[in-house]
Design a protein around this ligand. Sequence first.
Ligand code: FAD
Length: 495
Amino acid sequence: MSDPIQADNALSAPYDAAVIGGGVVGCAILRELSRYRLRVVLLERESDLAEGISKGNSGVIHAGFNVAPGSLKARLNVEGLDILYRLAAALGVPHRITGKLVVAVGEGDFPRLEELLDQGRRNGVAGLELVDRAAIERLAPGVRGLRALSSARTGIVSPYELTIALGESAAANGARVVLQAAVTSVEVRPDAFLLSTPRGVFAARWIVNAAGLDADDVAALAGIRVPRVFPSRGEYLITDKGAGSVLDMPVYPVPPRDDSFLGVHITPTLEGHVLLGPGSEAVADKRDTATTRAAVEKLQAEALALVPGLAGIPFIHAYAGLRPKLVDPRGGPGTADFLIEESASRPRWINLLGIESPGLTAAPAIALRVAGMIGAREGLKERPDFNPGRPAPTRFARRDDAERALRAAGDPAWSEMVCRCEHVTRAEVLAAVHNPFGARTLDAIKRRTRCGMGRCQGGFCGPRIVEILKGEGEPVEKISKRGSGSELFLGRLKP
Ligand SMILES: Cc1cc2nc3c(=O)[nH]c(=O)nc-3n(C[C@H](O)[C@H](O)[C@H](O)COP(=O)(O)OP(=O)(O)OC[C@H]3O[C@@H](n4cnc5c(N)ncnc54)[C@H](O)[C@@H]3O)c2cc1C
């Protein structure tokens, strides 16, 4: 936790800006604002950053050919791409430029590929070309297709590591991050907004509502009418590690013309797993991340049609993400674009709505846009001591034998393997526990170390992490998977 619970002396010292929501968008905005001489705070409902949409997505850095020319999505996607590559490098976030193929399996798909190429060129996307079957085989051996749109600038990034890195960078530059701080009510005063949370009341002159799926409900707390957000669930399957050798660039089918989603695609991860998904299904509940047998079977069938070589590779996990759509799935009016605007009825309150794909890629450009909106009215002054980098966590699994031996000789915690699947040491778990936001849940530790992301899905490391947390003074009854309501233990059988 960044700091102890305290009720801010809300009115005597209002923050210059409060960001609501600690996903990739909120964290990117917080970091951008921390560049200036401003007092800024981020309020996140959950016990960690990246607990919302930003943890359940494909992690693809999109080039920008899937989005409608002239839209805000197109502009921020293309702008965001280059900034994201620079940012990930500066913050030590794992990422890779992989290239990508959108594959036509039948001649009927050829016109759509031409359309996507044209759309991409109109959006200013570099590195696009149509390629034939031989080139598909060369670029992505084993992928079945007659023709493809090849995108050289597409890449992959770990979305939750990026989100956490942005939050850490903002905090290191003086911003405050408060977790378990759901904004539950808003009082509108002439000079500031008062945000009530379980961790106190926070006053701020500017509010940036980056609450993802809940951004419409958060706006309503301030009496602002905005379009409704409709959740659309996308389920994924993740393969065991061997699949990374079958495929090392994202492969997509030709997407439907209605832009509702990009189709079930196949995406390698940085660690050598492969993601299949996501599907697309309107759901009623903004928390409905259930996975279903029907979707699993559909994902496998669609993915194998594109990459038959995936047959026989075991799947180790299924999960789902939720898109915050502004288009009513029952056919009502809506927009497929991002909505980023200052409220007309509540000046200095900025709403971000409908930040669905490519929101991860666009996040750094969204942050610049929001800082620009505030800057246009406030005359922002840059801080001379802003530090764009951060000390990235050390990963045992990514080090060579010589460095591993050196570290283990200096500290035995580097030679104790906590997660056998992902080769995570006790030293890395301890570093996560002592990190600026004090990871205390199994999921928070997982996102920082990869403990529990391998084949055994936490069977081996789970009990060991519990022991480490106990040793660090965490009451065992409080240890949870992802915060309150997901505690691992009900009580003691023996004293
Ligand atoms: C299936 C799927 C696949 C995708 N694939 C890609 C991709 O490959 N590439 C890409 O560029 N984009 C992709 N996206 C889009 C991208 O993931 C999102 O645009 C991005 O993560 C949105 O981030 P966010 O910060 O707006 O939302 P979130 O990450 O959901 O953050 C919002 C936060 O607000 C918090 N919150 C809510 N209410 C309150 C409250 N009252 N008080 C305090 N906090 C609150 C939530 O807990 C949450 O942490 C995908 C999305 C989905 C669903």
